[in-house]
Design a protein around this ligand. Structure first.
Ligand SMILES: NC(=O)c1ccc[n+]([C@@H]2O[C@H](COP(=O)([O-])OP(=O)(O)OC[C@H]3O[C@@H](n4cnc5c(N)ncnc54)[C@H](O)[C@@H]3O)[C@@H](O)[C@H]2O)c1
Length: 333
């Protein structure tokens, strides 16, 4: 008989229910416990998923429950400390919501500590499991648009750290997760307040180059062009467009379509939880690994750092603070 994975969720608010449903849906996973400082949030877990073991202190849950899988679904400032505690408690698969941290130093620590404790770390960039993006990867792998040269991503209305992280993660996936050479960018705080416990932005642009030669341009926020994760990929023999406002989720045109827009069939495959179990059993990285989450964070923070230094930033990024907060504290934005 195959193993039953014992799972728990820490932070039982909005997004956590996506995690909980995935755990609940798999026969080889048992959602055994949950933790939240708000008891009512845990009562909903009992009503919806039958989870009876409730902990207001996640540390107590990690020491008392033998757990294989844990989701970290609190606000951003708690992502690192809880993920590190879970890895040190022996949890084998940690799915931490995005963005993983607000500094590269802490993101590096999360990846290193998880590696040292044999824990697989995944970040909540779950769009890597959604059909249109998987279909795009297939078109690219099949060479339908030739060699990918340039990517333009739009994240209309979205904050950089909260929403732009998904756009950047997808753009990076399309560029084969190739490491970055440099990034430059500009930010405007505008009326930006905080989102999920960290300072947010009203507008931003970013431009970076991957080691494989692909260049990427991101625009987002209040004044950007239209579309949410509206991504355009330009190749030597055609183009792919995702999320065009009023258009299909995915369309492409290439020499093989005589230059006319065409659609392609695609479907979802796997899920963050299924891929976590496969990653543990096959001893490989998760599709939305901590390493990929850290690379997306390098672009997000690199855009801010470029604005702080008014210069192109060579990567890897070596700053160890949250550049936006440092600029706010210094009265620079
Ligand atoms: N992947 C996605 O598409 C996606 C979508 C929405 C939100 N998110 C991310 O998920 C995170 C949570 O967002 P949300 O909308 O679910 O927030 P939320 O406010 O609805 O839920 C957060 C929960 O954490 C609990 N909490 C606070 N401190 C705690 C502690 N010490 N121990 C245990 N629980 C604690 C709160 O009581 C609350 O129930 C954010 O980082 C956000 O960026 C990701």
């Amino acid at each position: 008989m195959s193993k039953t994975y014992r799972a728990a969720v820490i932070g039982c608010g909005g997004i956590s229910h996506l995690h909980a449903r995935q755990y609940h849906d798999f026969e080889d996973v048992e959602l055994v416990a949950c933790s939240d400082i708000n008891p009512e949030a845990m009562t909903r877990y009992e009503e919806r998923y039958g989870v009876k073991r409730h902990y207001e202190d996640y540390g107590a849950m990690l020491s008392e429950e033998p757990l294989d899988l844990v989701s970290v679904c609190t606000w951003i400032p708690l992502h690192p400390v809880i993920s590190l505690a879970a890895a040190k408690a022996g949890v084998k698969g940690i799915i931490c919501e995005k963005p993983m941290a607000t500094s590269m130093t802490v993101a590096n620590e999360m990846v290193d500590v998880c590696d040292a404790h044999g824990a697989k770390l995944a970040i909540g960039h779950q769009l890597r499991f959604d059909g249109p993006y998987i279909g795009t990867r297939q078109l690219l792998a099949d060479g339908i648009i030739g060699d990918l040269v340039k990517i333009h991503g739009i994240c209309e209305g979205g904050d950089l750290m909260d929403n732009g992280t998904h756009t950047v993660d997808l753009m990076r996936w399309f560029a084969d997760d190739s490491p970055h050479e440099w990034v430059m960018g500009q930010i405007s705080r505008g009326a930006g307040g905080t989102k999920f416990g960290i300072a947010s932005l009203e507008d931003y642009v970013g431009y970076w180059k991957h080691e494989n030669g692909v260049r990427a341009f991101l625009e987002g926020g209040k004044r950007s062009a239209r579309g949410y994760h509206h991504i355009h990929l330009y190749g030597t023999e055609g183009e792919i467009e995702l999320g065009a406002p009023g258009g299909p989720a995915l369309r492409y045109r290439a020499s093989s379509t005589a230059g006319h827009w065409a659609t392609t069939s695609y479907g979802n495959d796997s899920s963050p939880v299924r891929d976590m179990i496969d990653a543990i059993e096959e001893d490989r990285d998760h599709r939305s690994s901590g390493r990929n989450g850290r690379a997306a964070l390098e672009i997000l923070l690199g855009i801010m750092e470029s604005a702080r230094q008014r210069a192109l930033i060579e990567l890897p990024l070596s700053v160890d603070d949250y550049p936006l907060q440092a600029m706010i504290d210094a009265g620079d934005v």
